[in-house]
Design a binder for this molecule. Structure first.
Ligand SMILES: [Ca+2]
Ligand SMILES: [Ca+2]
Length: 156
């Protein structure tokens, strides 16, 4: 991507970076709590899980910890997702969900995009990415060993 000069490798993964992400986690968790309390999306019965997953996703892409996704964040996101776009396309993608016309996607706008009824390019791409990730995480399946251990303990 021409025109992007900031090298995030300098900070990403470092101690300072971890601290910043921890602080961001606290800020965004508070917003999640508010959203749950407000009851705006009460139609989702797994709202808390959903908000948690979106928070993790948002933090992953907010490279400068500004609590919003700007042109650079979104263009890196697209590169990562294998769908590189030019700056004009990125601006269009952001504008689709940028309800307060700040030129960036704030956390609330991100949540609204993911949970609201309106469709957008970014939402479709992210939803597709989430789906494609799932087969790699067989968290719901209990390992066979665990069952055997349980049976041993109960002397069956
Ligand atoms: Ca940002
Ligand atoms: Ca905005």
């Amino acid at each position: 991507m021409p025109g992007t000069k900031v090298d995030h490798k300098d900070v990403q993964g470092g101690k300072k970076w971890g601290k910043l992400k921890e602080e961001q986690d606290i800020r965004l968790s508070e917003i999640n709590e508010e959203i749950i309390t407000n009851g705006d999306y009460s139609e989702y019965d797994d709202l808390e899980d959903k908000l948690n997953a979106y928070k993790v996703q948002f933090m992953e892409y907010d490279l400068d910890n500004s609590d919003d996704l700007g042109v650079e964040d979104v263009s890196r996101m697209m590169e990562k997702l294998g769908k590189p776009k030019n700056v004009i396309e990125i601006r269009k993608i952001i504008a689709e969900v940028d309800t307060n016309n700040s030129g960036t996607i704030g956390y609330n706008e991100f949540i609204q995009m993911m949970l609201g009824k309106k469709s957008s390019v970014l939402k479709l791409i992210l939803m597709f990415e989430e789906k494609s990730k799932q087969p790699d995480k067989p968290e719901g399946v209990a390992p066979k060993r665990t069952l055997e251990e349980m049976l041993n303990k109960t002397n069956i």
